[in-house]
Design a binder for this molecule. Structure first.
Ligand code: FE
Ligand code: FE
Ligand code: ZN
Length: 279
């Protein structure tokens, strides 16, 4: 069965958010692990956590995914930025594990001038501070578009991070369709080739999640602008092709498209309809 949901704001709290996911008829969800553009976070009470877990479980909402804040740059060479990022990843791995989230995804980071190698070294050291090896949660590296000095636009860079950490078994990959397309992986004309390359470098078995986005920017542009499914340069057919691919179709799909909850509900419905027609 297709598992699809969207990124959800948790402004109304985690319990209300879980209820909204059910109303949207989604069966997975992504939430920010804390304020995405700041540093603050809410502490969830035991009662809240219990309710959240009950609602999701009873309604078949699974593959719960947390997204680390954009302000967290584990690749940074600036002491203050780096220390903050190390604190955030450590705290949020523990917090999201306690909330029962299956995965925590983060953007590997931007080296801002210190170079890819030094950036990766920082990311690895930060992850080693945060991952104990005893948690249930898996930490996912997101494939990036490669804007600016962003690390993670190539499968090789993601592999270097995973290979470097003490607990690689706790590291998986989240593939963002908009980002890989902008990074120069041609999922429109050669999905087979891209997946073969992913498998050769990283191994398809560590692919845990798909961010399903169309791209406003052209192939290989290294620009990160999400478009609604079917309204960008990737197009509906190619994205449906991703969802029906035998190596991908059992993975959870998360929309990060520019819609509110009503719009997302319609987008999910449209996708389900289109996939159903073929069966
Ligand atoms: Fe992301
Ligand atoms: Fe994404
Ligand atoms: Zn993006």
């Amino acid at each position: 069965m297709l598992t699809i949901g969207t990124h959800m704001s948790i402004a109304e709290g985690i319990v209300k958010t879980a209820e909204n996911v059910v109303k949207m008829e989604a069966n997975t969800m992504q939430i920010f692990s804390r304020n995405p553009r700041g540093s603050g976070y809410k502490t969830y009470s035991g009662e809240e956590i219990e309710k959240f877990q009950k609602i999701t479980k009873e309604n078949g909402v699974q593959f719960l995914l947390a997204h680390a804040p954009y302000t967290m740059n584990l690749a940074s060479g600036k002491a203050e930025t780096y220390e903050f990022a190390c604190t955030v990843i450590r705290e949020d791995i523990a917090r999201m594990d306690a909330l029962g989230m299956e995965n925590l995804v983060f953007h590997p980071g931007s080296h801002t001038g210190i170079g890819v190698e030094a950036g990766i070294k920082n990311i690895v050291a930060g992850l080693d501070q945060g991952i104990t090896g005893r948690e249930n949660i898996t930490v996912l590296l997101e494939t990036m578009s490669g804007k600016g000095t962003e690390i993670g636009a190539s499968f090789e860079e993601l592999k270097a991070i995973r290979d470097g950490v003490k607990h690689p078994e706790k590291i998986g990959i989240c593939l963002d369709t908009c980002h890989v397309f902008a990074a120069g992986y041609d999922i429109v004309h050669d999905l087979e080739g891209v997946l073969a390359e992913f498998d050769r470098v990283l191994g398809l078995s560590i692919l845990r999640a798909i961010h399903l986005n169309d791209s406003m920017m052209p192939f290989g542009s290294h620009k990160d602008r999400h478009a609604p499914v079917g309204e960008g340069e990737i197009g509906l057919e190619a994205l449906l092709g991703v969802m029906r691919h035998p190596a991908l179709r059992d993975l959870p799909f998360y929309l990060e498209t520019p819609f509110d909850e009503e719009g997302h509900k319609a987008e999910i419905q449209m996708i389900r309809e289109r996939l159903k027609e073929e069966n």
